[in-house]
Design a protein around this ligand. Structure first.
Ligand code: NAD
Ligand code: IPM
Ligand code: MN
Length: 357
């Protein structure tokens, strides 16, 4: 039996996780397979209960699992701790690094029934767009050294280091080209090669890797232009290949263009098909505890887990389809509803998706 480490975390994490588990229960019945869950604390709740954001017991549970289903971490309660002890830096980033989860897929697709939830003009969004952001996740400015602060007074300074090795760029570029092959055959590499030396190497290596994929079209775009082009005409993009920080920013923008942060699922993978699956959004302190968070990003992340790590592609397809059917019926949480007077709760959205299965 496949084992899944379930890490709900903070804020809306536990609320949306309940719905993902509900939907996973329904597909297990429908497709006759069993998953064994092991729950563990991570993030702020782990600081409260164990004194650290990523307790060794939680890490051990993840190591003994076939995949990790993650909610979200962080929130105002832990923001006054020293930065290196905060949930994001002390739990999420170390988890990504520990398992070498260098490849982060963030698929931003407009559901046909949700084009009105897209903040772009109807003539721009049209029938909707379909973008896959492939984000490098274990290097770049997030992890580069040195990183720190020095000095005092007006001379005090802080620094982070952006760096990529040739092999780090190669492996994420290959993932982007492989993905493009199964899609519309186009990779747009997002960089800042006009200013950053790291990005000069990035562009060089991406061009070299492209030679292995003559069937895939490649173009390059500076990140500032990319953010602008996304709102001018998102249809021009298929796969967007990004370094760690640019991918973080571009994917939030793309998420909102699909209607809500609560729709963007993600898969963070290593070379062994082990993955951590989580919504791209955070713990949403502004809406936590009110039962109104959109659980779709967590539910679609669970579907990606079935597809990429657990060998249950059919069940994953069924979840994707059930989400689409539910939205076609006009069932919406408040974040994606155009008519705010008729919305469903987090739990009702989960129930509706189960019913559509
Ligand atoms: P956020 O993604 O939590 O929220 C941004 C906005 O999107 C908010 O208005 C929120 O209500 C909305 N939103 C997000 N998910 C939603 C959902 N499922 N349904 C409906 N609306 C949703 O970003 P933030 O406010 O910048 O960060 C809050 C906390 O979360 C911070 O501590 C941050 O570091 C953390 N964070 C964690 C993760 C993670 O655990 N993977 C990711 C991003 C941010
Ligand atoms: C994300 C989040 C994280 C990131 C934070 C919480 C560390 O914003 O997964 O997009 O920046 O990678
Ligand atoms: Mn982010």
């Amino acid at each position: 039996m496949k084992k899944v480490a379930v890490l709900p975390g903070d804020g809306i994490g536990p609320e949306v996780m309940d719905e993902a588990i509900k939907v996973l229960g329904a597909v297990q019945k429908k497709f006759s397979f069993d998953l064994a869950y092991e729950y563990a604390d991570v993030g702020g709740i782990a600081i409260d209960n164990h004194g650290q954001a990523l307790p060794p017991s939680t890490l051990r549970i993840c190591e003994n699992s076939d995949a990790v289903l993650f909610g979200s971490v962080g929130g105002p309660k832990w923001e006054s701790l020293p930065p290196e002890q905060q949930p994001e830096r002390a739990a999420l980033l170390p988890l990504r690094k520990h398992f070498d989860l260098f490849c982060n897929y963030r698929p931003a697709r407009v559901f046909p029934s949700l084009t009105a939830a897209c903040p772009l003009r109807p003539d721009i969004v049209g029938e909707g767009f379909d973008i896959l952001c492939v984000r490098e996740l274990t290097s770049g400015i997030y992890f580069g050294t040195p990183k720190g602060r020095e000095g005092a007074g007006p001379d005090e300074r802080a620094f982070d280091t952006m760096g990529y090795s040739r092999s780090e760029i190669q492996r994420i570029a290959r993932m982007a080209f492989e993905a493009a092959r199964k899609r519309k055959g186009k990779v747009t590499s997002v960089d800042k090669a006009n200013v950053l030396t790291t990005m000069v190497l990035w562009r060089e290596v991406v061009i070299e890797v492209a030679a292995e994929y003559p069937d895939v079209a490649l173009n390059h775009i500076y990140v500032d232009n990319a953010t602008m082009q996304l709102v001018r005409d998102p249809h021009q993009f298929d796969v967007m290949l990004c370094g760690n920080m640019f991918g973080d920013i571009i994917s939030d923008e793309a998420a909102m263009l699909t209607g809500s942060m609560g729709l963007l699922a993600s898969a963070s993978l290593n070379t062994e098909k082990f993955g951590l699956y989580e919504p791209a959004g955070g713990s949403a302190p502004d809406i936590a505890g009110r039962g109104i968070a959109n659980p779709i990003a967590e539910i679609l992340s669970a579907a990606m887990m079935l597809r990429y790590s657990l060998g249950q592609g059919e069940a994953a397809d069924a979840i994707d389809k059930a989400v689409e059917t539910t939205l076609e019926k006009g069932i919406c949480t408040v974040d994606i509803a155009v008519d705010k007077s008729s919305t469903v709760s987090t739990g009702e959205m989960g129930d509706a998706i189960v019913a559509a299965l």
